[in-house]
Write a new protein. Structure first.
Length: 202
């Protein structure tokens, strides 16, 4: 586990997570630290079980590759299927619940500190937009088109491939940050399109 990956739990939430970790000690994912405030969780399969309610103080991006599960985010439940993109703001309570027919599922995930996002933002490009829970049209889940699925999936895979190179290789860190910037731009564009479409309907 990296220094970034920790849970901000209180009371019952903390107790439930302790029980979960004791029940599924092997289900802690491999976390690859790309930078001091950027973690990448590689695609991995988890047995059909439910994650308890939890929160953390970093931003989280999840891309579902296979499987289906219900993600509870705040007070809303989302049915998640392959090709779904989840965008979770810091300190938002969430959990994953599997149905009786659910099987193991694969996903990619990023844990990103607010400092990292702030650094790659610019006066004209606010990378926090997709995490802005104060926005009336804020959405935690996006169901992507086939074309957009391929684009997002390819970016995750390219980051994974480059990260498998030696950290000492020339350009590895710059390529990771470049692709991460591209990924966040694409996700924010998806969020903006969603926001604009709902404003027009409203």
């Amino acid at each position: 586990m990296s220094a970034l990956f920790h849970l901000n739990l209180r009371g019952r939430e903390a107790a439930e997570w302790v029980v979960f970790m004791k029940k599924y000690p092997t289900e802690v994912p491999e976390v690859l630290t790309l930078a001091k405030d950027l973690d990448f969780i590689t695609k991995y399969s988890t047995v059909a079980m439910s994650y308890p309610l939890h929160r953390h103080d970093f931003c989280e991006i999840l891309y579902i590759v296979n499987g289906d599960v219900i993600y509870s985010v705040g007070e809303r439940d989302y049915y998640v299927t392959p090709g779904s993109l989840l965008v979770l703001a810091p300190n938002v309570l969430h959990k994953a619940t599997f149905g009786k027919r659910s099987t193991a599922f694969d996903r990619y995930a990023f844990h990103i500190s607010t400092d990292y996002i702030r650094r790659i933002s610019s006066p004209n490009t606010n990378m926090f937009l997709c995490f802005d829970t104060a926005n009336p049209t804020y959405c935690s889940i996006f169901r992507l088109s086939i074309e957009k699925r391929k684009e997002i999936h390819d970016l995750f895979q390219r980051i994974h491939t480059i990260n498998n190179r030696s950290k000492a290789c020339y350009g590895t860190d710059a390529l990771v940050h470049s692709l991460m910037t591209q990924l966040l731009v694409e996700i924010n564009l998806i969020a903006l399109d969603y926001s604009h479409s709902h404003e027009e309907k409203g």
